[in-house]
Design a protein around this ligand. Structure first.
Ligand SMILES: [Fe+2]
Ligand SMILES: [Fe+2]
Length: 148
């Protein structure tokens, strides 16, 4: 069976994924301008993936006899992903996305270690799979960053 640390990290990751969905969607709606179009489309694609991640994390929590957090248990963290005051400030959004993806990568690496220590290969495997998606997101937005 899994450790408290594994459950804690799964719950943290669940909250982060949901917060990411909210902020990617808000930014995809708020951004204006021709140069923003590609970023907006990419955010829309990622929203679907982050939502799928949260579902997988939630189901894993249930399998471990725990449950994902509801909104009152949740602490927002993504200060740098707040929609910019200037709706054409695409670089601000790109930097916010990169920070969020870095944070996610760090959490999934911690989860991989914790699951390994706890002898929980199923959670470990899930964390590895999601980590590879987050690294792909980071690569995509690093590419966008080069243009600005
Ligand atoms: Fe994700
Ligand atoms: Fe991501």
């Amino acid at each position: 069976m899994s450790s408290d640390r594994v459950v804690e990290l799964l719950r943290k990751a669940y909250g982060d994924e949901i917060e990411t969905v909210m902020n990617y969607q808000t930014n995809a709606i708020v951004l204006d301008g021709v140069r923003a179009e590609e970023i907006k489309e990419s955010l829309q694609d990622d929203i679907q993936e982050e939502l799928a991640h949260s579902e997988q994390l939630g189901q894993r929590l249930k399998q471990l006899g725990a449950r994902p957090p509801s909104s009152m248990e949740f602490t927002p963290r993504q200060e740098s992903l707040q929609a910019p005051a200037d709706s054409t400030d695409v670089p601000a959004v790109i930097n916010g996305v990169l920070e969020a993806e870095e944070g996610a990568i760090e959490t999934y690496r911690e989860l991989i270690d914790a699951a390994q220590e706890a002898g929980d290969p199923v959670t470990e495997d899930l964390a590895v799979t999601i980590l590879s998606d987050e690294e792909a997101h980071r690569t995509e937005f690093r590419g966008f960053q080069k243009e600005y």
